[in-house]
Design a protein around this ligand. Structure first.
Ligand code: ZN
Length: 282
């Protein structure tokens, strides 16, 4: 029974906790295996797009089951929901945290929808993450062309009118693969952290950032780092290379196992760096 909330998991150690995207049984098992090998907490997340595909409720159910059976604390998290309905669906499936992403809305409307989700979540002991400022890039097939950095002036108002367990910020980070060298605005992050105080800050778009950038971010108050694209990249590249070793076998037994092991190794390395390794680069 190791299913824990976002609020609880972000207090376990003084580094950041990795949140990794799940797409199927094998990616979920790989993420949990990597966390168990590292002996560190992990966040299993699924986007609202994939969760809402026909027949995909079972993936959410599997995530909750794997979390309960894991030997390390696991938070089961709904990523980037733009509506209350999907948040309620995730809560019904047994998720321990949801993200309501009203970052595309005017501030007042973002506050209103965040409060609506928080009210429902509180009744069930579920944690809530919100977002201020939008990230560029493609998230589950939906493209945002123009990034909008988080305005520190909005942070104070947003946090005073809501009660969230984590706040995702936009400081130059992006979803998908970065076009060119990613540049993060650490001055902005530091200002936001000073305003947010005890509210943990979240960094989305972790794939492609350098170890130095992760370390600096964690030092300045990032408590959760989202990794989606690297899970897909690791899985699919392993799938193709394993298949190519013996094409005529169409080995549906061993290929997914190889994908699972590759995801586990990637997750283990990331979790160890986010929890402890970052301190060596400061
Ligand atoms: Zn994101």
């Amino acid at each position: 029974m190791a299913l824990v909330t976002l609020k609880e998991i972000l207090k376990i150690h003084d580094g950041a906790v990795g949140a990794f995207s799940v797409y199927d049984q094998f990616s979920a098992q790989g993420i949990v295996a990597g966390a168990e090998e590292a002996g560190l907490p992990v966040i299993l997340m699924i986007g609202s797009g994939p969760l809402n595909k026909p027949g995909n409720d079972y993936i959410g159910q599997l995530m909750v089951q794997f979390a309960k059976e894991a030997s390390v604390p696991v938070c089961v998290f709904l990523d980037h929901s733009k509506d209350l309905k999907t948040c309620l669906k995730a809560m019904k499936l047994g998720f321990s945290a949801v993200m309501i992403d009203g970052s595309h809305l005017p501030l007042e409307e973002n506050i209103a929808i965040t409060n609506k989700v928080t009210e429902a979540a509180r009744a069930l002991g579920v944690s809530v993450e919100a977002e201020l400022g939008a990230l560029a890039g493609v998230e589950d097939g939906e493209e945002v062309k123009q990034a909008k950095m988080t305005d520190p002036a909005h942070v104070e108002e947003f946090l005073s009118k809501t009660d969230v367990d984590g706040l995702a910020v936009s400081i130059g980070n992006a979803h998908g693969l970065y076009k060119g060298e990613p540049k993060l605005d650490f001055d902005r992050l530091q200002t936001i952290a000073g305003i947010a105080k005890d509210v943990p800050l979240i960094l989305h778009g972790g794939t492609g950032l350098t170890l130095e950038q992760f370390a600096k971010g964690v030092q300045l108050g990032i408590k959760k780092i989202n990794i989606g694209t690297e899970v897909k990249k690791t899985y699919i590249e392993t799938f193709i290379s394993t298949h190519e070793k013996n094409v005529s076998a169409y080995d549906m037994v061993e290929i997914p196992q190889a994908c699972k092991r590759a995801v586990a190794q990637m997750v283990k390395d990331k979790l160890e760096f986010f929890a402890k390794g970052w301190k060596e680069l400061i």
